[in-house]
Design a protein around this ligand. Structure first.
Ligand SMILES: C[S@@+](CC[C@H](N)C(=O)[O-])C[C@H]1O[C@@H](n2cnc3c(N)ncnc32)[C@H](O)[C@@H]1O
Length: 213
C-alpha cells in the first residue's frame, strides 16, 4: 500500500473556514457544480466543510466527500445531519490511500478544488493517479502556474505566505512543477484546459487516464 498522510486538523478548519473562506468560494463552488451533468457517483477530494458537496448532491445518486482534516469532517457531518441527505457521506482519510479498496472507475466523476497545491510535491502526482483510477474524470480547480503578477495574483501569494511554512512550500513546489498541467503530465495523465478564472490566476481543467474518455 502506498504511503499516505496522517489525518490532522488546522486551527481554521471547520466553523472558522465555513465563516470566512466558504463565502469567498461560494461562486466558484456553484460554477463547478454547474459544469456537472447528472450522473451516478461523484467523489469530492479534499472536500473541506462540504460546501461543494451540497451543491453536487442534486446532480448525482451518491456524493462522497473525502477529507484529511477531522475538524472538517466533523463539521460536514453535523451539517449533513441537519440536512438529512442520505445520498451524501464524508470519509476521513488521505486521498493517496483511503481509496485503495475501491475498484477502478467506481466514480463517474471526481472534483478537487484548491487541494493539490497544498499537498507536499511528492504526493501531488500519486494522488492524481489514484483519483483518476477510481474516477473516470477529475474536474480540478487550482492556482495557475506561473501565477500572474496582477492584483489577484499578489493577493493569492499573500494568502499562501500567511498560511504557513509547510503550506507555502507545497504551493511553491506546485508552481515549480507547472501547476495542474505539469503535475498531470508527470503522472502520465491527459490534461484538458477548460478555462482560467479569477483574473486568470486560477485554472480549471479536466484530468483523465489515456484510456478513459
Ligand atoms: C484549501 S482547502 C479546500 C477545501 C474545499 N475543496 C474548498 O473548495 O473549500 C484544501 C483541503 O484539502 C484537504 N486535503 C489536503 N490534502 C489532502 C489529502 N491528501 N487527502 C484528502 N484531503 C486533503 C485539506 O485538509 C483541506 O481541507
Amino acid at each position: 500500500m502506498s504511503e499516505g498522510r496522517v489525518p490532522r486538523s488546522r486551527f481554521y478548519d471547520g466553523r472558522l473556514y465555513a465563516r470566512t473562506l466558504d463565502p469567498l468560494l461560494s461562486r466558484l463552488h456553484q460554477y463547478v457544480a454547474d459544469q456537472v451533468e447528472p450522473t451516478g457517483r461523484i467523489l469530492d477530494v479534499g472536500c473541506g466543510t462540504g460546501d461543494l458537496v451540497w451543491r453536487l448532491a442534486p446532480k448525482a445518486d451518491e456524493v462522497v466527500g473525502l477529507e484529511l482534516s477531522p475538524a472538517m469532517v466533523d463539521y460536514a457531518n453535523a451539517r449533513r445531519a441537519e440536512k438529512s441527505l442520505s445520498s451524501v457521506s464524508f470519509v476521513l482519510g488521505d486521498a493517496r490511500r483511503a481509496l485503495a479498496h475501491l475498484p477502478d472507475r467506481h466514480f463517474d466523476l471526481a472534483t478537487a478544488v484548491f487541494v493539490l497545491h497544498e499537498m507536499p510535491a511528492a504526493a501531488q502526482a500519486p494522488v492524481l493517479s489514484e483519483v483518476t483510477r477510481v474516477a473516470r474524470r477529475l474536474l480540478c480547480v487550482d492556482f495557475r502556474a506561473p501565477m500572474p503578477w496582477n492584483l489577484a495574483g499578489i493577493r493569492n501569494r499573500f494568502f499562501e505566505v500567511t498560511a504557513g511554512g509547510e503550506h507555502f512550500r507545497s504551493y511553491r513546489e506546485f508552481q515549480r512543477e507547472g501547476g495542474l498541467p505539469g503535475t498531470a503530465g508527470r503522472a502520465g495523465l491527459v490534461f484538458e484546459h477548460v478555462r482560467y478564472i479569477d483574473a486568470r490566476t486560477t485554472e480549471v481543467g479536466l484530468i483523465r487516464r489515456r484510456a478513459d474518455r
